[in-house]
Ligand binder design. Structure first.
Ligand SMILES: Nc1ncnc2c1ncn2[C@@H]1O[C@H](COP(=O)(O)OP(=O)(O)O)[C@@H](O)[C@H]1O
Ligand SMILES: N[C@@H](CCOP(=O)(O)O)C(=O)O
Length: 303
């Protein structure tokens, strides 16, 4: 039996107006996957007591590897041992990280020579299997690391020239098939005024990161379309954003499809006040919340 072990970090996708395009990997949590050769077929073993399905067609890691095995004619059996470190269903790219780690481990186990873009392609198929439609942003961040923009079949890392860190508010809201449901709320058409506003936000964020311009980053962390359509899933978000900005956060946005909220802070921000008042606000809506500080993380690592 030959094995390869990989780890992939959590991520926050969309980053305001970058729905299915922008994402960032952070060191808040990570998943581990060990891929070992074995007897015929593919087996997925969840090595913790998470209630995540072990049926490979219903597991983001399993589905991605099944697609890889088919396309590369891999006849040998594989066992995927998935150790979840990223809580599922909370907007932290949990399903995406498992898929990314699994694809990277199998790529190394069979020396397939996949490019990072190819690993994104296969990992996002796993996302599609559980969220109803494949979205590449979480997996791209887990694979490439840092801030990424998924531009079709190619993912590009954004240059970041500003020193900040993240506060993640992680409410304990259980919602089965959360991202699938959230994606059903996204409008099929948008009006030109919202489209133009969102393009402005997206360009502002990317240019702000590149130029190290705090005001541009702050202006970029907004969204007129998807966050608004999904607001019932995280009703505390508008007030939480106001509190964060009142204590000089750089900006705040929904982490992926939520319910977690990502706040960017720096040396000018009153971090403790943001954390304490934000937690109190979420509690006033009837939810407890974990508050976790994090920094930008690197890409998937294979031992
Ligand atoms: N390997 C996996 N890791 C995490 N969730 C998985 C995995 N495979 C399937 N799932 C399912 O995907 C859902 C969580 O993914 P999703 O709704 O996209 O939320 P998030 O990506 O924010 O964790 C859960 O219903 C979970 O059972
Ligand atoms: N672009 C996707 C991102 C989903 O992120 P997750 O961490 O909530 O799975 C979407 O917004 O649907």
């Amino acid at each position: 039996m030959v094995c390869k072990r990989s780890i992939a970090y959590s991520s926050s996708a969309n980053l305001g107006s970058g729905f299915d395009i922008l994402s960032v990997a952070h060191d808040a949590f990570y998943d581990e996957v060990e891929a070992c050769t074995s007897e015929g077929g593919l087996r997925v073993v969840m090595t913790d007591n998470s209630n995540i399905p072990e049926d490979p067609t219903k597991n983001s890691a399993g589905f991605s590897v099944l697609s890889l095995m088919k396309d590369y004619g891999i006849k040998e059996g594989i066992i995927l041992k998935v150790k979840k470190g990223i809580p599922a269903g909370l907007g932290l790219g949990s399903s995406g990280a498992s898929a990314a780690a699994a694809v990277a481990a199998v790529n190394s186990l069979f020396s397939l020579g996949l490019s990072k873009d190819s690993m994104v392609k296969y990992s996002m198929l796993g996302e599609g299997a559980i969220a109803g439609s494949p979205h590449p942003d979480n997996v791209a961040a887990s694979i490439f690391g840092g801030f990424v923009a998924v531009l079709g079949e190619r993912t590009v890392n954004l240059n970041v020239n500003y020193d900040f860190k993240f506060i993640l508010f992680i409410p304990s809201i259980e919602a089965k098939d959360k991202t699938k449901k959230a994606r059903e709320l996204v409008p099929k058409t948008v009006d030109m005024s919202s489209y133009v506003k969102n393009m402005r936000f997206g360009f502002s964020l990317m240019l702000g990161l590149e130029r190290g311009d705090r005001k541009l980053i702050s202006n970029g962390l907004n969204d007129e379309i998807v966050e608004k359509a999904r607001l019932p899933m995280f009703p505390f978000y508008p007030e939480l954003k106001k509190i964060s900005l009142s204590h000089n956060a750089i900006g705040a946005c929904v982490s992926g499809a939520g319910p977690s909220i990502l706040v960017l802070v720096d040396h000018e921000s009153e971090i403790k006040a943001i954390e304490e008042e934000g937690k109190k606000l979420i509690a006033s809506f009837g939810y407890s919340a974990q508050v976790k500080e994090a920094k930008i993380a690197g890409g998937v690592k294979v031992e």
